[in-house]
Design a protein around this ligand. Sequence first.
Ligand code: NAP
Length: 250
Amino acid sequence: MSTCPITLITGASRGIGAACAVLCARRGHRVVVNYARDEAAAEDVARQVQQAGGSSLLLQADVSVESDVMRMFDSIDRQWGRLTGLVNNAGIVDVKARVDEMSLERVQRMFAINVFGSFLCAREAVKRMSRRHGGDGGAIVNISSVAARAGSAGQYVDYAASKGAIDTFTMGLAKEVAAEGIRVNAVRPGITDTDIHGSGGEPDRARLLASQIPLQRPGRPEEIAEAVVWLLSDAASYTTGAFLDVGGGR
Ligand code: NAP
């Protein structure tokens, strides 16, 4: 791997992605800060990356749109060269609903962003990292969820199922590209204090569920980022196809 890693973090304009961007910068990465809609928030994260001593490249792309993903990777190639790290973090939830109330449109959007977006970014990353394609190797971290194990009954089974797909994707891709110099792992955060709960109609969710978490509190995005950045690093050189639960014991 390159001595100065070039790492793309999808959905880095806030929450876990933003924390990963800043921690990567502190650990010497050049950081591509991707966002979908909130340019001002993403610009702020790019500034924090620079304040942490890293360089940042700000790139808008909806990860569920193939042409956006291709444009984003082309920009990285042109401006910085071969990518060495990818964090597939961009993800959504939806409002609480039972499966028998879910529209096809809702489920398609959930899988388009959480699964197909991660798939598209991983595909383009492998083309740049793999020794089979002339690359120098690299590391991919997929952000799954404790929900992949729990199923999220009565809340958002579609979301949990999309993260289950991410787990299987991680397992398969890890084996597929291991001999080509790429490690692929997943982090499964538990309830983490970010804006995602507000977008699911429950802004206080993290605080309200605290008593059900063995550690008695939600996680902080920075605590999830520690696991992600370790998996990206050479300290995790013998770790691939692994799942790191960062859920306060859940
Ligand atoms: P968040 O605060 O809602 O942030 C989501 C980020 O994803 C934003 O930067 C958003 O960018 C971006 N995004 C959304 N749709 C996108 C798309 N189509 N293309 C590119 N970027 C997109 O979420 P978070 O809580 O940090 O969650 C990050 C990841 O952790 C997700 O995969 C989530 O499923 C997972 N996770 C979270 C928790 C938790 O409790 N927070 C628990 C387990 C797993 P814009 O604002 O610019 O649109």
